[in-house]
Design a protein around this ligand. Structure first.
Ligand SMILES: [Fe+2]
Length: 541
């Protein structure tokens, strides 16, 4: 059975192809269109379909649109209600619903030969839930979804057993943990529904002085669901204009909202655990990209294990919608082993592009050794290898890497990327060495979705990878899943004694991650990167 999953309605438009229950390709439209998040989540853009990503998925599998058995959209317009009934102030919301109904014919314009009658609408939060519950390393698990909004809700709690979802709680709009956090993101001068992670990073600089007030505003129902009353953010701190400094007042409000979010998620998890008795909690929805909150759930929550699907935002609903439809058609279960579902690189194509670009390049005996040599000498390396990551985290396929032992490298990397200096970068570490260096967080942690305390003995050895509060957002690299990146870490350790590299996504401010050969050359050509390791080839500055 061939199912194409599509996310198109809000933001992060994406396509995923699932064949006989197995994802064979998944990619965000932004990686092709080079527009970050694909589009803004406004009703006027809801008609846009992820045509380039969908065509690539089909091409990758050698299929045509006519070969598809179904197209699963991660939004069901039949569940949507007029904005005023949902307590939302958006006079154009109706447009979104109309475009959602038209989505099958709009997609058919992008995919000639597609039969719009093969469309199936999967409820948005079911698609999020499936993206976690049908990918998690257990056949039976609890599942928790929180985001800004779907058709008429913002939350789903339930459980998956043998491919079947049992919904235990939902939360209708306007109450939304995602919108609560997005409102503050905007008040703090960042881009809403995009820069929430900056609020999370800022929170670690503040004190939760306003927690009592936010406990009043955001309350959990004992039987599931919650209330979010509007918060007068201006009464807590002045709005920040973009490109002006963040003050302690801003950081304190961020810290308060972050803490309240963590408390609410903990309460949701405790209830869900009491209801299901499951050992594993699988999470998706934009809120599950909050790695600080995820860690609180892992440390203090009742579940033995918390697993977060790396494309937890709306892009992942393309995969979830397709998995949900496949599972309901009796396809065999699948377990996610890596986020590398995106575009592949071909050495022949790379060499042709390098020749065409007239850049001097080499083909070293081992690209991992060549990159490790430059990294050990404190050079910055663009590491572009294998299939691109699905989801927002660079996990050693489209990564910017540096030596963790020099504190100044945090600033250097943020300069390369042209982004705020308070933003942390993250360590990647050989899986076998992680426990000795990174503590009080779940291990293994292959998707960089949890934070760990850096062991005191290591804080001075890898200062560039340690955040101001002594934590680090770790990616563990297992040689069985990531042989090439594991070899790079090993080669670096042989030279420096450190089994750790600093890793951040390969992109410049405001742009999507590098995806293909052209993007890699463009990024290398426009930033002070010392070495581009592109497939089997290297280009030196
Ligand atoms: Fe969502």
């Amino acid at each position: 059975m061939r199912v194409l999953g599509i996310n198109a309605i809000f933001h992060d438009p994406a396509a995923a192809l699932v064949v006989d229950g197995r994802p064979v390709a998944a990619a965000e439209e932004e990686r092709f269109s080079r527009r970050k998040h694909g589009k803004r989540p406004v009703p006027f853009s809801a008609w846009e379909q992820p045509g380039q990503a969908a065509r690539w998925c089909l091409r990758h599998a050698g299929l045509s649109a006519a070969d598809l058995d179904a197209v699963a959209f991660s939004y069901d317009p039949a569940l949507a209600r007029p904005a005023h009934e949902m307590g939302l102030d958006d006079p154009f919301d109706d447009l979104r619903i109309r475009y959602a109904r038209m989505a099958p014919t709009l997609l058919a314009e992008e995919l000639p030969g597609l039969d719009p009658a093969k469309a199936v609408f999967v409820p948005h939060h079911v698609a999020h839930a499936a993206s976690a519950g049908l990918a998690a390393p257990a056949r039976s698990c609890a599942v928790l979804v929180n985001d800004g909004r779907g058709e008429d809700g913002s939350h789903l709690a339930g459980r998956y057993r043998d491919g079947e979802l049992e919904v235990l709680a939902t939360q209708p709009l306007p109450h939304s943990l995602g919108l609560f956090y997005e409102d503050l993101t905007q008040h703090l001068g960042f881009l809403r529904s995009s820069d929430e992670y900056k609020v999370m990073a800022l929170a670690s600089y503040g004190k939760p002085r306003h927690l009592d007030l936010l406990r009043e505003a955001v309350r959990v129902h004992p039987a599931g669901g919650f209330r979010t009353d509007p918060v007068d953010w201006a009464s807590l701190c002045p709005p920040r204009a973009p490109d002006t400094p963040c003050t302690d007042a801003h950081a304190d409000v961020a810290a308060s909202a972050q803490r309240r979010l963590e408390e609410v998620l903990l309460e949701q998890a405790r209830l869900l655990h009491a209801q299901t008795g499951e050992r594993l909690l699988a999470m998706a929805g934009g809120t599950a990209l909050n790695c600080v909150a995820n860690t609180v759930l892992a440390r203090q929550g009742p579940f033995e294990r918390v697993w977060v699907q790396p494309a937890a935002g709306d892009a992942g609903t393309s995969l979830g919608a397709a998995l949900q439809l496949s599972a309901s058609s009796g396809q065999e279960p699948w377990t996610m082993r890596g986020a590398d579902l995106g575009r592949d690189l071909d050495d022949g194509e790379i060499e042709r592009a390098l020749r065409r670009s007239r850049v001097r390049y080499e083909r070293p005996g081992d690209v991992a050794e060549a990159a490790a040599e430059v990294l050990a000498g404190n050079g910055i390396v663009a590491w572009v290898q294998g299939r691109a990551e699905f989801g927002p985290r660079a996990l050693g396929h489209r990564s910017l890497l540096a030596h963790p032992g020099h504190r100044a490298n945090l600033e250097r990397l943020n300069d390369v990327k042209g982004r705020e200096q308070f933003r942390p970068v993250a360590p990647m570490v050989a899986a076998g060495r992680a426990a000795e260096i990174f503590q009080r967080g779940p291990l293994p942690s292959p998707y960089m979705l949890f934070v760990h305390d850096v062991a005191p003995a290591w804080q001075d050895r890898i200062p560039a990878a340690v955040h101001v509060d002594g934590t680090a957002r770790v990616q563990t690299v297992d040689a069985a899943d990531e042989p090439l990146t594991a070899r790079l870490l090993d080669a670096f350790e042989r030279r420096t004694g450190l089994p750790v590299l600093v890793n951040t996504s390969l992109n410049t401010a405001g742009r999507p991650m590098v995806d293909d050969i052209r993007d890699a050359l463009e990024c290398f050509g426009s930033t002070p990167i010392d070495l581009l390791a592109l497939g089997s080839f290297v280009v030196r500055r």
